[in-house]
Design a protein around this ligand. Structure first.
Ligand SMILES: Nc1ncnc2c1ncn2[C@@H]1O[C@H](COP(=O)(O)OP(=O)(O)O)[C@@H](O)[C@H]1O
Ligand SMILES: [Mg+2]
Length: 257
């Protein structure tokens, strides 16, 4: 087995895929991923790039335990995800992962605060702790004044901030985001990416799918490019090209109106 471990038997990487293949069986078999070997240490902000159909979402879904590899192993946070049963998978997703989607997936009949609290309630977190965390996240994401409103009253950028807060409330090992800026105008998209970069700087591991090369280059710390289900490029970016803080403050305050 190629899985690397330290002296305590723990993986030296937070995420490790070894020789992963994913084929969808149909009238014609569709190879979505082909021999993917990938190691991601804690703390990276990885962007997965590639054209439509290149396998980005499949890769994210395998890490998320939403899908199983046809062949190979997926390890996350010391857990062999591909070997888990359904109950253990549900627990894994609830406790270790946060999800952000293109179309936010907020519950429109719940307030912003209740949307953010929901995963904490499902995980059985003490209410007082959950409320403290929610308040802190609302503050960090610049939406404190929106706690009592409903998602329908928010802009796209604001909805995505709520979704990010919801994804972080259980303090996940990994934040997974599939095209989180795909439904946003470019200014809101930049603001969301800047927030993700700030969250990453505090130590949060993030794996994000995007087809936007500019956003990936500006905010991620690593870019993995897929073509036809294979990794064709893997670059660590030493110094992400962040915008000046003053610009960002301006951007945030404008966007939050
Ligand atoms: N559930 C599925 N059944 C059959 N084929 C699928 C399924 N999901 C994805 N595919 C195929 O696998 C390939 C990769 O898809 P996907 O990971 O969604 O790509 P991307 O997110 O990069 O657009 C595509 O050719 C797609 O048609
Ligand atoms: Mg996709």
């Amino acid at each position: 087995m190629s899985h690397l471990t330290d002296q305590h038997g723990h993986s030296t990487y937070l995420i490790e895929l070894s020789n992963v293949n994913k084929t969808y069986n149909g009238s014609t078999d569709q190879v979505a991923l082909s021999d993917i070997t990938l190691k991601i240490p804690a703390g990276q902000f990885t962007a997965i790039m590639g054209a439509s159909g290149s396998g980005k979402s499949t890769l994210l879904n395998l890490i998320a335990g939403l899908d199983r590899p046809t062949k190979g192993e997926v390890w996350v946070d010391g857990i062999r995800v591909n070997a888990l049963g359904e109950a253990a998978l549900a627990r894994y997703r609830r406790k270790r992962l946060g999800f952000v989607f293109q179309f936010f997936n907020l519950l429109n009949q719940l307030s912003v605060l209740d949307n953010i609290l929901l995963p904490a309630q499902l995980a059985g977190l003490q209410s007082k702790v959950a409320h403290q965390r929610a308040r802190q996240l609302l503050d960090q994401l610049g939406i404190t004044d929106k706690a009592r409103v409903y998602p329908g009253q928010l802009s796209g950028g604001q909805r995505q901030r709520v979704a990010i807060a919801r994804a972080l409330i259980n303090q996940p090992s990994v934040l997974l985001a599939d095209e989180p800026t795909g439904a946003l105008d470019s200014r809101s998209g930049d603001a969301v990416m800047e927030l993700l970069a700030q969250i990453n700087e505090k130590g949060q591991t993030i794996v994000l799918v995007t087809h936007d090369a500019r956003l990936a280059a500006a905010y991620a710390t690593r870019i993995i490019s897929l073509r036809d289900g294979r990794i064709v490029d893997d670059s660590i970016l030493q110094a992400p090209q962040h915008q000046a803080p003053s610009d960002l403050l301006h951007l945030h305050s404008e966007e939050a109106v």
